[in-house]
Design a protein around this ligand. Structure first.
Ligand code: MRU
Length: 350
């Protein structure tokens, strides 16, 4: 993987943050492991390179992972079109991370479109499908912002977890697109962002995005959230999602379940935002979602600094499942499931 010149913003996109862009056989991805200190793009030219970037969270966030994986299949077919290449590319990308269903959804869409044409046309068909997915997710971000801002028109202060902005999804993101829209409408007083240990997507990435957007914010350690919710420090909690089961259970960044429990106990609305590409209609309930377990080093060290005794045993689930009963509403580009239940979810998909 070659490093390219820093270009976190792009004049062609109105100066907004561009986490991922395809240009002439190269997928340029802002390396999120280096943010907020270094803004550097990676130049990715094969499915293996895209999978590697997804696996180490240089590219992350459910919708962005899906878009990147779609381009990954197209890049590989561009190198060597054919069914065996398609199988190889899909396999390596599907193995990169298991929880966000957007990845599987996007790879299957690109695979299906490549298989409708003769071998010499496969790469072009795959690229066209990847670009279509990219455009759809971009449009979805604006629609989620509209729907969510309508739902939360009365919320002056909100809390969010992990990173759900332009770094996590095309456009303005998922939950953070709603927050940005509330700020644009002038009703938002401020945001409380959790650190999101162990990889600090909140402290590193959400704070970076909120600062760029000029939205007032405060950073808290994850364990401060329940007390602040009990004290009614915010009017709503808004988070993203990595996979929504057919019954409305939601897998999202580890710590989301605890936030939902605390919000429920405090009577604070708990709103989940994500595109319909994050809904897994074939998964009946949250207990059946595969939760990614990541390496011990992420818990034992922060950016190389040891936090505990060397060799300490660790559990490092990257996600948890929030039962639908704790969720006030699921905001998608197609509308709102309020509350998320099998029938309201199904209505969004039909
Ligand atoms: O491990 P990450 O950083 O990819 O996890 C991201 C999240 O959990 C987000 O909240 C989620 O993808 C939804 S927002 C785009």
């Amino acid at each position: 993987v070659r490093s390219g010149p820093p270009s976190a913003t792009d004049a062609r996109h109105g100066g907004s943050l561009v986490a991922l862009r395809y240009e002439d056989g190269t997928l340029w991805a802002l390396d999120q492991t280096e943010l907020p200190w270094v803004e550097r793009e990676l130049a990715l030219r094969s499915a293996g390179e895209v999978a590697e970037a997804i696996g180490r969270l240089a590219i992350r966030g459910a919708p962005l992972i899906g878009v990147a994986a779609a381009y990954g299949v197209a890049l590989e077919l561009g190198r060597d079109p054919g069914e065996s290449t398609l199988d190889y590319a899909a396999g390596v990308l599907l193995a990169s991370r298991p929880t966000a269903v957007n990845l599987r959804w996007a790879v299957e869409r690109v695979r299906a479109s490549a298989l409708t044409v003769p071998v010499p046309a496969m790469a072009a068909a795959a690229l066209a499908e990847a670009e279509a997915i990219h455009a759809e997710e971009l449009a979805a971000s604006d629609l989620m912002a509209e729907h969510g801002a309508g739902l939360l028109a009365g919320a002056r202060r909100v809390m969010t977890h992990c990173n759900t902005g332009a770094l996590a999804a095309p456009g303005r993101g998922t939950a953070l697109s709603v927050i940005a829209e509330l700020a644009t409408r002038g009703t938002l007083e401020g945001v409380i962002a959790t650190e999101s240990r162990p990889l600090l997507q909140g402290a590193r990435l959400t704070v970076y995005e909120l600062a760029r957007l000029g939205i007032p914010h405060e950073l808290i350690v994850d364990s401060a959230a329940p007390g602040l919710l009990a004290g009614r420090a915010v009017d709503a909690v808004i988070v993203g999602c990595d996979r929504v089961a057919a019954n409305g259970d939601v897998a999202n960044k580890v710590g989301t379940y605890g936030l939902a429990l605390a919000a429920s106990a405090a009577g604070v609305p708990f709103v989940v935002v994500g595109p319909t590409s994050t809904i897994d209609a074939g998964c009946p309930r949250g207990a059946e979602i595969e939760i990614e377990e990541r390496g011990a080093d992420e818990v034992q060290r922060v950016r190389g600094t040891e936090l505990t005794i060397r060799g300490t045993a660790v559990r490092n689930p990257a996600f948890d499942v929030t039962p639908a009963e704790l969720i006030s509403a699921l905001v998608t580009e197609r509308g709102i499931a309020r509350p998320p239940r099998p029938d309201t979810i199904q209505a969004l998909l039909s």
